[in-house]
Design a binder for this molecule. Structure first.
Ligand SMILES: Cc1ncc(C[n+]2csc(CCOP(=O)(O)OP(=O)(O)O)c2C)c(N)n1
Ligand SMILES: [Mg+2]
Length: 325
């Protein structure tokens, strides 16, 4: 992670300044993934989370290192927010042997057990079931589990089954919906009856809140309440974090379906701009913020160079390891 010196900032602000660095890292990482994709170094597709960085970062700020998370196909953002090493994540995205999963998972299926990332899922809603399982185990170990998922996933059966299961068993689970108002090219109101995601928790008696998902401070505040509830035996919470993805769903989507002016409106509330302004208001200097950015940029450059120099995994080794005896 970024090794920027945050010592000059007042104590209370330091965790937020570190999170600002983490948000920068996710943004720069994804811009780099876009370049690597265009150059042909990153194969297949990838799903950028640019515009949504405050959500995983703010939630993970409220977690302990040994807590669990499960993410989506935008999971490189979730994993980096939880503390996965930058070089390993770059190498994983470009399929190199030094990757977090040995270069075998690519962009959508990262697992990083050491950092509590139980999995990232290409199956819409898969993270909800995985995190619910992690919460069942976490209940015995004083660990909280978080599921990150999109608005579209709230129409999957997993969502309702897991809310029921988690409430009945009083599991330490935080359900974090990244509501970016679209599932691929379909707007929320055309796919989701009622179009109110937070309220879907109410029949289950699960506390819920709508959160400004572009405001790091608002996400941290909501996350702390939900995580404290989970850890102290109060059971699950659903957070509907409202946000916007700046790019299309994946590399094959030019996002032509969005009404004119919508992206520009959301860009004015870019989570990095909002967080930077808030940190300035809290007394952090421009120089400190710039230093965090510079350290993050340097860390990423070094990680990309190292990942590009690493070899691809040897398919013969995979066969030996996974073939039945
Ligand atoms: C079970 C399942 N159904 C359909 C798909 C195809 N699909 C991939 S992403 C996606 C949209 C999901 O939208 P949302 O949950 O809002 O997440 P976002 O991509 O906006 O983060 C769909 C339908 C899938 N991967 N898995
Ligand atoms: Mg969505």
């Amino acid at each position: 992670m970024a090794k920027a010196n945050t010592a000059a900032a007042p104590d209370a602000v330091r965790p937020y300044l570190a999170s600002y660095g983490r948000m920068q890292l996710i943004r720069l990482f994804e811009e780099e993934m876009h370049r690597l994709y265009l150059r042909g170094d990153l194969h297949g597709t990838t799903h950028l989370t640019i515009g949504q960085e405050a959500i995983p970062t703010g939630i993970c700020q409220a977690l302990r290192p040994d807590d669990y998370i499960a993410g989506t196909y935008r999971g490189h953002g979730h994993a980096l927010a939880k503390g996965s090493e930058t070089e390993g994540m770059v190498a994983e995205m470009i399929g190199r042997v030094t990757g977090t999963c040995g270069g075998r998972s690519g962009s959508m299926n990262v697992i990083d057990k050491e950092k509590g990332v139980v999995g990232c899922y290409g199956i819409v809603g898969g993270s909800i079931a995985a995190a619910t399982g992690a919460a069942l185990s976490g209940k015995q170990q004083d660990r909280v589990a978080v599921a990150f998922f999109g608005d579209g996933a709230t129409n999957q059966a997993y969502f309702f089954e897991c809310m029921n299961f988690a409430k009945i068993l009083n599991l330490p689970l935080v359900l974090v919906c990244e509501n970016n108002w679209y599932g691929e090219w379909t707007p929320l109101e055309k796919s989701t009856a009622g179009a109110d995601i937070a309220k879907r928790a109410e029949p289950f008696g699960i506390p819920n809140a709508k959160v400004d998902g572009n405001d790091l401070y608002a996400v941290v505040e909501a996350a702390r309440e939900a995580v404290d509830r989970a850890r102290s035996g109060g059971g699950p919470t659903l957070l509907e974090c409202q946000t916007y993805r700046h790019f299309g769903h994946s590399k094959s989507d030019p996002a032509k379906y969005r009404p004119e002016g919508e992206l520009e409106k959301w860009r004015e509330r870019d989570p990095l701009i909002v967080a930077r302004q808030r940190l300035l208001d809290e007394g952090v200097s421009e120089q400190e913020l710039d230093a965090v950015e510079a350290a993050t940029r340097a860390e990423l450059e070094q990680a990309v160079a190292a990942a590009l120099a690493a070899p691809y995994p040897d398919p013969a080794i995979e066969l030996t390891e996974f073939a039945p005896a």
